[in-house]
Ligand binder design. Structure first.
Ligand SMILES: [Zn+2]
Length: 325
């Protein structure tokens, strides 16, 4: 005899099975595209975040095969390793991380793979960093890391320094394997990409001149380097701890700050639910724009750091560089 409860149970088991099948399917899809190709004539570079992935493939060209540990859309702040990550770490010839506590999941993947002899480049480590002002934490919840704010890539000139570090490591690998000619190719591409970053910087400087000092509220604490470079004014941050919505008390404080400093824009981020932010913004009659911290990308193949930065520039201009209200 079937009671409503047993039907409910059956339905739950059935949908559970279905979602299990779906998950296995998507899992296979991911592992198929993310697996290393056979050992050939390319250096297998494993990067953690999208910008590092994009820098490595731009300077590496046909000398490299690049993979990223963070799949499209994943959040480095709350990333959990999967078995495919351990396989990627085990097969890599060169490891490219940001450092400063943002991507310690790479070290965990390497540990689970039983160690690695691949050289490790920490692209941001050792560069002059800004302190983390709020309780913005990366990696495992509640695990605070020292070493400063990790979001250096959002300043094109710091990105340029990160790129040359990555290029040096790839050139060294290429030189050791195939000789000076291939290493020279990497260095040439690094110079060209460095010039593209310099041009990006000039665009930001020119086009954001009217936005100097105009206060805004950012979604999470990722924009300090960008703000410092172009004189932007981050008045407050919506999520002081990534992934945690502000409490009513914190929202009250944000609105107070917004009124006091005459904030004219709020910024959300792609890939996050912004319903709460939008409700508050509509109450306070503030427009919401979307700014991308480029910690990951929707499409790794077709996406680019330069493209995402230019979209950010257009948004910042629209939000902050118009006539003052
Ligand atoms: Zn972040």
């Amino acid at each position: 005899m079937s009671t409503p409860t047993s039907w409910m149970l059956r339905l739950l088991v059935f949908t559970g099975l279905l979602s299990g099948v779906w998950m296995a399917g998507s899992w296979l899809g991911i592992s198929r595209t993310q697996r290393w190709p056979g050992r050939g004539d390319r250096i297998r570079v494993l990067a953690t975040l999208f910008p590092l992935y994009d820098f490595a493939r731009n300077v590496g060209g046909d000398a490299v095969e690049v993979r990223s540990l963070l799949p499209p859309g994943a959040d480095p702040h709350e990333f959990a390793l999967a078995p495919r990550d351990v396989q990627l770490a085990a097969g890599a010839d060169l490891l490219v991380a940001n450092g400063l506590g943002l991507d310690e999941f790479l070290a965990r993947a390497v540990g689970l793979a039983g160690g690695s002899r691949a050289p490790l480049v920490e692209a941001a480590a050792g560069l002059p960093t800004l302190a983390v002002h709020d309780d913005h934490r990366h990696g495992e919840a509640g695990h605070a890391h020292g070493g400063g704010d990790p979001h250096l890539w959002l300043d094109p000139l710091l990105a340029r320094r990160m790129v040359s570090r990555i290029a040096r490591a790839i050139a060294a690998e290429a030189g050791a394997r195939w000789g000076e000619e291939l290493a020279r190719g990497v260095r040439l591409r690094s110079v060209a990409y460095g010039e593209a970053l310099q041009a990006l910087h000039e665009e930001f400087r020119r086009e954001l001149a009217p936005a100097r000092g105009r206060p805004f509220i950012a979604f999470h604490g990722a924009y300090a380097y960008l703000a410092r470079r172009y004189g932007l004014n981050v008045a407050a941050v919506w999520q002081t701890t990534p992934g945690r919505e502000p409490s009513p008390r914190e929202v009250g404080r944000l609105l107070e700050t917004a009124r006091r400093l005459r904030v004219t824009a709020l910024f959300s981020e792609p890939r996050f639910s912004t319903r709460a932010l939008e409700m508050i913004a509509s109450d306070a009659r503030l427009p919401v724009f979307t700014l991308d911290p480029i910690e990951t990308a929707e499409h790794y193949e077709s996406g680019s750091y330069l493209g995402a930065m230019r979209r950010n520039l257009a948004v910042l201009r629209q939000a902050l560089a118009g006539p003052a209200p």
